[in-house]
Design a binder for this molecule. Sequence first.
Ligand code: AGP
Length: 610
Amino acid sequence: MCGIVGATAQNEVVNLIVDGLRTLEYRGYDSAGIAAQNAEEVMIRKEPGKISALQNSLVKNPVSGNCAIGHTRWATHGKPNRENAHPHVSGNAIAVVHNGIIENSAELKQLLVNCGYRFASETDSETIPHLVDLYLSAGNSFFEACRKAISHLEGSYAVAITFANEPGKIIAARKGSPLIVAQGEQGFMVVSDVIALQEKNQIVYYLEEGDIAEVSADNCEFYDSKGKRVSRTGTRLGQSECVATKKDFDSFMQKEIFEQPEAVRATLARRLVNGKVSERLFDKGSSAILDGVENIHIVACGTSLNAGHVAKYWLESVAGIPCQVEIASEYRYRNPVVPPKTLFLSISQSGETADTLAALRFANDSPYLGSLGICNTNNSSLFRESEAAILTKAGVEVGVASTKALTTQLTALALLVLKIGELRNTPDAVLHNIADALLNLPSALDEALKTEEKIKEVARSISRHKSVLFLGRGHHYPVAVEGALKLKEISYVHAEAYAAGELKHGPLALVDGSMPVVVLCPENNLLEKLSSNIEEVKARHGQVYLLADHDISSQTCRGAKNTIEFEGGDSFISPIIFNVPLQLLAYHTAEFLGKNVDQPRNLAKSVTVE
Ligand code: AGP
């Protein structure tokens, strides 16, 4: 999704901006631009396509300045062309970069057109520089003009604004979209993601909802939305929060798949003590949020939603607590009924997903017992706005396709299930088994990664097909859904997942000799039922690929085109482990098809708009 990098310093900042934009490439974008300012002029360069196109344009027509704002745009209003790329300007003096969506842009545009402004783009964002100009023309200071302009914006925004008559100053503001001010040795930066900060050890200030910051090379003042000066506490940025390299891997996604044992180990660390879940599970709030809980509503999007679906099986079977899982964009608009003593649980890697945040805000105003967030990003909006939070310790995830974020979410959810089980008197033996299985999880993931070479063979044949079915039963059904999501997301091969028992209620019509069907085949009490479903596929000559526990019967495997056996682990953690071969399958299929696995088309890493 869109990215912002701005800097004001004692020295030249254009390269710093371009390098920062490069680090944001992983978020997904389709054009890029920069506005650089020196004492004489504001210079704009923008190009559709990759940042390399912007760099080529900067080689031909260089710009320089001690103050600049840059942007990567992921198109919402208008095509990804040069006109719609940011920065947007008014009178060639005011330049603005914007993340988010201005929902009342049509009406603002009309008002501005009536005042004589002409629009050069189809974007909602261009309303902002013209609004600032309108207030400047009325005699307001730059800061006041920005504050008044921003007060008209409905929807979500993170903006950075410069003005030719105030060289060296950036006005930064946010609502609903993240924005960070960072203080380094040479000056200040304004970024939408800490990863864009090139200089480590900076002091970072996370703007709060409605905040406006007046930033110059040697100072920064913070104001709330009413213009009242406020103080914000800075934190020193650790190395691990802003470093993302591929190491020796071909892509970030491949590296992140192989980082899973370590990420899970970090997520478990110090949280399981003598088979019991310690208070360290909570990075914000405490287990008191679970007191008296009788229902759970889980809300999330995409892969995080799939993690929630697995957790529902766990919560109901282990802790005996009713659980409902819902897509955030549906939940927020349907006036959900909240039974007494219900906990709201949101899950998000980024902690900035617009729909999940909107659902959380709705929940915070509803009669829930409390809101608990599971998130990979400390200080994200979800972390700050939830009453209690559990951080997954996956480290920075750059690949658009979520891998280690998912396994660490499932790990955190498993710990939460254990904690709720303890509170609801689940038998000790059950809880001890789960705790032991969790401690064994990192090495079980290591084992599952050894399937890579065999998975490559399956990927080679899958890559020749246009469509694939995934089947699973019980808590492996949401894992099958995740496997299908992963495949379509990065290889663009159409994929659907079904609970295997649903096959004969419709999708079986699709099965013929050319249809690959990937079946998740754990050794558990549903195996017999699943074997019958596999027979239904074989009888229609479907090409069966089994991902199977080592010890499943040879009868189940007979007639399968390919069977990949591995140690699926204890039944409870098995859905976590089965993700690994599915991630490898998606990854290698995409590789065979020559796709960009880290930045799949049309997708963004952090979906900060509705
Ligand atoms: C996963 O591979 C996706 N790219 C996507 O579904 C993602 O999980 C979803 O957008 C939710 O993101 P979040 O976890 O950051 O909220």
